[in-house]
Design a protein around this ligand. Structure first.
Ligand code: ADP
Ligand code: ZN
Length: 217
């Protein structure tokens, strides 16, 4: 099963990806996580993209596309994958089609998680992350047991730089401008599955899995 998740930052792509990973036994490929790991590890790639990530802008297409092509060659992608945060621009989508073509493969479905700007701001400005283990919380929907401390590590939770309100709004607008054209692109290829992601996450996930089971023939 080869899946792409589209949706504004905060639409719940990461959470949904985890459900799809465990159901279909495919790897989760998050370009955002890959960049953050590169920054944390201080690799050459990380040094190149660090300031771009902090500002909430997009990493240039050539860098992202190369990283993705290398990733798709790994053996764990043999039976499929779920992309989260890629492609983000039409040129990236065209490149992804070319990469898959070379491998004699194609996408099965593109899931669009629909959400309003207001809901995104509310979700992301309340998101907290444990600096030690990376566990993610939300002060509204997934509160830690004690104040703002990690349940597992007891350390104080932090706000990701790009979850600050002005950066969140910038990321949302960037999404509408750069990524929404992809909805048309995939609609024309008849791959698009649209879902309202403002409702309960469990319902969203089970609706999508039912739809995907029909896609896989
Ligand atoms: P979000 O939380 O906005 O969905 P991600 O965690 O997917 O963001 O990505 C974090 C940052 O990594 C983005 O703001 C951007 O700088 C960079 N990035 C991730 N994926 C891409 C991509 N496909 N194209 C360009 N930049 C990307
Ligand atoms: Zn922790």
């Amino acid at each position: 099963m080869r899946i792409v998740l589209l949706g504004a930052p905060g639409a719940g792509k990461g959470t949904l990806a985890k459900d799809l990973v465990s159901y279909f036994k495919i790897p989760h490929i998050s370009t955002g996580d890959m960049f953050r790991e590169a920054v944390a590890a201080g690799t050459e790639l990380g040094r190149k993209v660090q300031s771009i990530l902090e500002s909430g802008s997009l990493v240039p297409d050539e860098i992202v596309n190369q990283m993705v092509e290398d990733r798709l060659k790994k053996p764990d992608c043999q039976n499929g994958f779920v992309f989260d945060g890629y492609p983000r621009t039409v040129p990236q989508a065209i490149t992804l089609d070319e990469i898959l073509n070379k491998m004699c493969k194609k996408l099965d479905a593109v899931i669009h998680l629909e959400i309003s700007e207001q809901a995104v701001v509310r979700r992301l400005t309340n998101r907290r992350v444990c600096p030690k283990c990376g566990r993610i919380y939300n002060l509204i929907s997934m509160r830690p047991k004690n104040d703002e401390l990690c349940d597992d590590c007891g350390v104080e939770l932090i706000i990701r730089d790009d979850d600050k309100e002005d950066v969140v709004r910038k990321r949302y607008h960037l999404y509408t401008e750069m990524t929404e054209p992809l909805i048309d692109y995939y609609q024309k290829k008849n791959l698009l599955v649209r879902v309202n992601s403002e409702i309960d996450h469990q319902i969203v996930a089970s609706q999508i899995i039912e739809r995907l089971k029909k896609v896989r023939t």
